[in-house]
Design a protein around this ligand. Structure first.
Ligand code: HEM
Ligand SMILES: [Cu+2]
Length: 546
């Protein structure tokens, strides 16, 4: 493999001259790395806005009664917060940013299979995002239906449901195109010797995710269009007043939106599988189990949608089956956790920032997983349905899991992407605040929810005050940590020390090329001979030194 990195003096992808000038060299670029950065910037902005909305909601909830806003505003805020976090941050997050940047590199390719379609997906993402933002300011006011757009309310409300639905529809296209691109890239563009079982696990996870994106997203796209049709033409598909079936909407919605949970979590699991072996200096335990469990999660995870609907009035048989299937999805998820922990066992662990975020991921994901099993239990589900227990659960999975996966990836790959190294002490301090703040923010909501605090409520009874108060204080700590993390990255971009090609001692292909990479990633396409996580030399060293 070519390791004579520094002898060539080609400009890296950040400096490459193209036929376009200035910003156009970016927004018209078909280089997968630049597209990844475009997603990073747009998503970063959307994320900040949604965190701000979350902060405002928490301020409202710090004490009972009206604190800083009226109820209608609160409804719009949780809708926008949800829509932005889900459709503009956590679903596209890992595939679009880190998948775009690293998938081709990890399999030894120069780009994705369809670079122009890749650019088109970013444009659709941007347009969809802007539409969602514009919908806030149109007459009628911001949507207030919740991000799930449940019928019949989303047909009755006079707020701007149609532009918001249309925005989500456009975003769906973007997601489908990314999925098609990744699946094709994995099939067609692997370097010589990169057999299926030599692929890094992040690639496996993106591959499984790609299939879910392609197969599930069209369903929600059509469903959202049907709601628009229902609102404008009143056909009577979903509207009970016209003989339609509101529960049909919920089925169609969750047939996509439950698998979407795996679009969110699988790539994060893939990143954890990259980070752990590197910082434990151990060959990953159970490579094939981890690879296949991604496929199993994608497959079984697509069959469990109605666990969101145990209280709508389904037949007992349906409830039993969906409950059982949901328990089954826990198995491949647990396999991954066991394999990560087994990899850590007797490793020589280095607590670098990326590793710290990965460990926090495992901790939060385990809590999210167990509380998910609680919800899959029919009797318990009836008790905790639509309480803040659910809010705590999905924030543990989505934020504590995928969010932390994004942070792990950001710290792990930052030196490769920008050729700079950040301040590791500051990164660890940020990590500590984020973990503390996160748990202070969301753990009390489990208790409050179990005791009966409903979700999506603007006001509450005095006995819930203490939980909300602690939770709001937690949000301040969390946001402080997020700010430190962000500032640390910006300072590193401006003034960071130059990063080596391989600062963490990784074995996958991205660490064998220069930081930041050149336009076509590799000077010559590598021939792959070793496994992606071959740390046997460290393991032998360790045995000998005993
Ligand atoms: C600083 C960070 C955050 C804060 C303070 C926050 C706070 C909140 C609050 C107070 C609600 C309203 C719950 C309700 O009324 O039922 C909420 C809802 C929601 N949050 Fe967050 N959140 C944060 C981060 C995130 C992240 C990172 C995600 C996604 C990954 C997320 C996803 C959601 C979703 C989807 C809802 C909608 C709940 C619903 O409509 O039922 N949040 N959040
Ligand atoms: Cu689900």
């Amino acid at each position: 493999m070519s390791t004579h990195v520094l002898e060539h003096n080609e400009p890296d992808y950040l400096q490459v001259k193209s036929k376009h000038k200035g910003i156009f060299a970016w927004i018209l670029s078909t280089d997968h790395k630049r597209i990844g950065i475009l997603y990073l910037i747009t998503m970063g902005i959307f994320f900040s806005v949604a965190v701000l909305l979350g902060f405002l909601m928490r301020m409202e909830l710090i004490s009972p009664g009206k604190t800083i806003m009226d109820p209608q505003t609160y409804n719009s805020l949780f809708t926008l917060h949800g829509v932005i976090m889900i459709f503009l941050f956590i679903i596209p997050g890992l595939p679009a940013v880190f998948g775009n940047f690293f998938l081709p590199i990890l399999i030894g390719a120069k780009d994705v299979a369809f670079p122009r379609i890749n650019l088109l997906s970013w444009w659709l993402f941007l347009i969809g995002g802007l539409l969602a933002v514009i919908s806030i300011f149109l007459p009628g006011g911001p949507v207030d239906t919740g991000w799930t757009f449940y019928i019949p309310y989303s047909i009755r409300t006079t707020t701007n449901v149609i532009p918001a639905l249309f925005a989500a529809f456009v975003l769906g296209f973007s997601s489908i195109l990314t999925g098609i691109n990744f699946v094709t890239t994995v099939h067609r563009l692997r370097a010589p010797g990169m057999k299926w079982f030599k692929m890094p696990l992040f690639v496996w996870s993106l591959y499984a995710t790609g299939w879910v994106q392609v197969l599930a997203t069209p369903i929600v796209g059509i469903t959202l269009l049907l709601v628009i049709i229902e609102r404008t033409l009143g056909v009577g598909i979903f509207d009970p007043a016209l003989g339609g079936d509101p529960i049909l909407f919920q089925h169609l919605f969750w047939i996509y939106s439950h698998p979407a949970v795996y679009i969110m979590i699988l790539p994060a699991m893939g990143i954890i599988s990259e980070v752990i072996p590197v910082f434990a200096r151990r060959t990953i335990f159970g490579y094939k189990f981890i690879a296949f469990s991604s496929l199993a999660i994608a497959l079984f995870g697509s069959l469990v949608w109605a666990h969101h609907m145990f209280t709508v009035g389904m037949s007992d048989t349906a409830m039993w089956i969906f409950s059982l299937l949901t328990f089954l999805v826990a198995i491949p998820s647990a396999i991954k956790v066991f394999n990560w922990v087994a990899t850590l066992y007797k490793g020589s662990i280095e607590l670098e920032p990326a590793m710290l975020f990965a460990l926090a991921f495992i901790f939060h994901f385990t809590i999210g997983g167990f509380t998910g099993i609680m919800q899959a239990t029919l009797a318990l589900n009836i008790h905790i349905h639509d309480t803040s227990f659910i809010v705590a659960h999905f924030h543990y999975v989505m934020f504590g899991g995928t969010g932390f996966g994004i942070f792990a990836a950001a710290h792990y790959w930052f030196p490769k992407m920008f050729g700079k190294i950040f301040n590791r002490q500051a990164a660890k301090a940020a990590w500590l605040l984020i973990v503390l703040g996160f748990n202070t923010l969301y753990f009390p909501l489990f208790i409050a929810g179990y005791l009966g605090m409903p979700r999506r409520y603007y006001d509450y009874l005095p006995e819930f005050h203490i939980y909300h108060f602690i939770s709001t204080v937690g949000s301040w700590i969390l946001i402080l940590g997020l700010l430190i993390m962000l500032i640390n990255f910006f300072v590193a971009l401006k003034r960071g020390r130059k990063a080596d090609a391989n600062p963490w001692g990784g074995e996958t292909l991205e660490w064998k090329i220069q930081s930041p990479p050149i336009l076509e990633n590799f000077h010559e396409i590598p021939v792959v001979e070793t496994d992606p996580y071959d740390y046997s030399k460290y393991e032998i060293d360790r045995k000998e030194s005993k």
